[in-house]
Ligand binder design. Structure first.
Ligand code: FES
Length: 142
């Protein structure tokens, strides 16, 4: 399966790239097998994600899914952002090849990790709200 036009677009022109120096939450997740790392930054005001950015050291699909994930949560409430699934990210990108599905899971987890950090900074235990951020299973072909 080839990459969709949307994947190619978000890979070639990723949205919201960089670092937010005054972020309210920062989350980093990685995949031990492929070695890819995704870092998300969020700014929150009155429970709304007013700004979001990412830095991804990874494959093209990881960059495209990070970019799309930031677009999907920008301007949303933190409660809506918590509901973001890797499936929604993939659908918004018109699909991914099966071997690249784990890259979208990394994007979902990176958003959750940033939200988790946000709650921690507010003095709130994130685990009952966000759950545990797991290391993503990789399904790379040999
Ligand atoms: Fe590891 Fe895409 S995130 S290959």
């Amino acid at each position: 399966m080839a990459y969709s036009e949307k994947v190619m677009d978000h890979f070639a022109n990723p949205r919201n790239v960089g670092e937010l120096t005054d972020a309210d939450g920062v989350g980093e997740v990685g995949n031990s097998k492929c070695g890819d790392i995704m870092k998300m930054y969020i700014k929150v005001k009155d429970d709304i994600i007013t700004d979001v950015s990412f830095k991804t050291f990874g494959c093209g699909a990881a960059i495209a899914t990070s970019s799309m994930a930031t677009e999907l949560v920008k301007g949303k409430s933190i409660h809506d952002a918590l509901k973001l699934t890797n499936k929604a990210v993939m659908e918004a990108l018109d699909g991914l090849p099966p071997v690249k599905v784990h890259c979208s899971v990394l994007a979902e987890q990176a958003i959750k990790a940033a939200l988790s950090d946000y709650y921690t900074r507010q003095g709130i235990d994130p685990v009952p709200i966000v759950g545990k951020i797991n290391e993503v299973e990789c399904h790379l072909e040999d």
